[in-house]
Design a protein around this ligand. Structure first.
Ligand code: 5GP
Ligand code: ZN
Length: 113
């Protein structure tokens, strides 16, 4: 398995984990786009949101609860933050392992690029 995020989740690539439980890990993005830029990923390999079905959809609510906890821990809840999922080529996805970006610490603009 050559998936870089699977390797991070399995600790085959040393990465400081901000959060870990039995289902997910979170770590800082290597190329941060905001003062806070955390990636939250399932430990199990899912290529994108398109791999989510009724039978595994609970991972999405779990990831969002982890994102909320991390946002609160980092005091982002006071001013606000953004959660992003890029899906597929035109969605801007560059790593083929489902992940959510938690961005904060600056004012976000809209529309996204
Ligand atoms: P995407 O563009 O697929 O939505 O997001 C992938 C993100 O993963 C990018 O923001 C990129 O900077 C980040 N990334 C890619 N490779 C690594 C890595 O090896 N370590 C970490 N920490 N982040 C990575
Ligand atoms: Zn993977």
């Amino acid at each position: 398995m050559e998936c870089i995020f699977c390797k991070i989740a399995r600790k085959e690539i040393p990465t400081d984990l901000i959060y870990e439980d039995e289902r997910v890990v979170a770590f800082n993005d290597i190329n941060p786009q905001a003062p806070v830029h955390v990636l939250i990923i399932p430990k199990n390999h899912l290529t994108s949101l398109l791999d989510i079905t009724q039978s595994n959809a609970d991972i999405i609510s779990h990831i969002f609860l982890v994102a909320k906890k991390l946002a609160e821990d980092m005091k982002l809840n006071e001013k606000g933050f953004r959660i992003v999922n890029n899906c597929g080529k035109e969605g801007g996805q560059t790593v083929g392992h489902l992940h959510f970006h938690l961005l904060g610490g600056r004012s976000m603009t809209w529309p996204p690029g």
